[in-house]
Design a protein around this ligand. Structure first.
Ligand SMILES: Cc1ncc(COP(=O)(O)O)c(C=O)c1O
Length: 413
């Protein structure tokens, strides 16, 4: 008996791959990549509000509500698309289409898979593609859970090499690697590497390339167009933007590698709940509004911080004199909502955070409410004690900048 006969495999495929055209709660869906009814060259806002919507069906809602189902009616042969809730769900299907449309507009054959969190998505790529004896290149300045992933990979006999994001330094350790993992802009240092250059070098050596696109969002950067095999992200951040959902996704265009990622999701069961998936889809409708507002305010904040003598190490890829600006302006369409900088001491940084009124002292980033934290408190990043990672929200720009400048003044004593 194959596994799909017992607890569901879409289309009864033992590898967990999907079969046939998906059918949403509100009728048939368009093919991947296409956004029917949109004019050629439709803008990001237009694409975001319509992303992943099913064809209109009279008396049905525009975005069908979440489908709560552990199992689906399934008499006879277990054919897909919807058999068992760990494998497929109509609410995911719509969200996955939205993500694919935004990550790879107009590209046929791009598939997206949603996960319970960004880490579930990251792990699904690494653990589904790598085998004992393989080598993988990770950034040494990426998201602070990557060292945990590294330790786990090493217990499976996978060689892990690391190099900084800036200066495309990962190029130097690529030879013989099976997979290159890029995080650009890096979190929290905001270094940027040349995705196209690294992808070409990796492909010339037979390596796959995955890009963590969390900080940029699909409206800020399109890794698949830049040559990556996978665009992976935490949807917990700016993609959903309200600080109330954990989500991750993987997009890719190669059916075989994506089938392995799907299989991993099935095995591990790292699936999003239907409510989270629906909330995420609903939030994507405002993605362009949010990123434009937040990113513009981030630039204004960076410009204001640049004038402050107590601020050092200011980083924002949108600042023309930022070390990342040149390459960022070539490959990014927006520069993100995170600004990093360092205050003279840990005590000063703590006082600054305490004096902020419009900014929550909290981790994570990308939400409509600004957050900031002294990143060194976690111990996982190689940053100075006074290093602040600041995530700019959707407050009025003048209010936010004034709050920050006041908190800087008040924390000086
Ligand atoms: C760049 C980056 N990738 C991945 C993740 C992990 O995402 P999640 O918290 O949704 O698992 C994070 C979380 O902060 C992140 O910053």
């Amino acid at each position: 008996m194959n596994d799909s006969a017992t607890e569901g495999g879409p289309g009864a495929a033992a590898d967990g791959s999907s079969s046939g055209a998906a059918t949403g709660a509100a009728g048939p869906l368009p093919g991947p990549g296409a956004q029917p009814g949109l004019p050629d060259g439709a803008g990001d806002g237009t694409r975001a509000v319509r992303a992943g919507l099913p064809e209109p069906v009279k008396h049905e809602p525009t975005l069908p509500g979440p489908v709560f189902a552990a199992h689906f009616h399934l008499p006879g042969d277990p054919t897909g698309p919807y058999t068992y809730g760990r494998d497929e769900n109509p609410t995911w299907t719509l969200l996955e289409r939205a993500v694919a449309e935004l990550e790879a507009p107009g590209q046929e054959g791009v598939e997206a898979l949603v996960f319970a969190s960004g880490m579930a998505a990251i792990s699904s790529v690494l653990f589904s593609q790598l085998r004992a004896g393989d080598a993988v290149v990770l950034p040494n300045d990426g998201y602070q859970a990557l060292p945990l992933v590294r330790a786990q990979l090493e217990t499976y006999g996978i060689e892990v090499r690391t190099a900084p994001t800036g200066g495309d330094a990962q190029l130097e350790v690529l030879d013989g690697a099976k997979l290159l993992w890029i995080e650009t802009p890096s979190n929290p240092g905001l270094d940027v590497c040349d995705v196209r250059r690294l992808a070409e070098a990796a492909h010339a050596r037979g390596a796959l390339v995955a890009v963590d696109n969390t900080l940029a969002t699909p409206l800020g950067q399109r890794p698949l167009e830049l040559g990556a095999d996978f665009a992976v992200a935490s949807g917990t951040k700016q993609l959903t933007g309200h600080g109330d959902v954990l989500l991750g996704y993987v997009t890719g265009r190669d059916a075989e590698t994506m089938a392995a990622v799907r299989r991993w999701r099935k095995i591990v069961g790292a699936i999003p709940g239907p409510m989270e998936a629906w909330l995420a889809h609903r939030s994507i409708a405002t993605l362009q509004l949010r990123v434009d507002r937040q990113d513009a305010t981030a630039l204004a904040l960076a410009q204001a911080l640049r004038e402050r003598p107590e601020v050092t190490g200011l980083r924002y890829p949108g600042l023309p004199d930022d070390p990342s600006h040149e390459i960022a302006s070539q490959q990014m369409r927006r520069y993100g909502c995170v600004v990093s900088f360092t205050l003279p001491t840990r005590a000063r940084a703590d006082r600054f955070l305490d004096r902020l009124r419009l900014v929550d002292d909290a981790t994570s980033f990308g939400g409509v409410r600004s957050t900031a934290e002294r990143r060194g408190r976690w111990g996982g990043d190689a940053v100075p004690e006074g290093f602040i990672r600041f995530s700019v929200g959707a407050e009025d720009p003048g209010d936010l900048v004034a709050d920050v400048l006041r908190a800087l003044d008040e924390s000086a004593v």
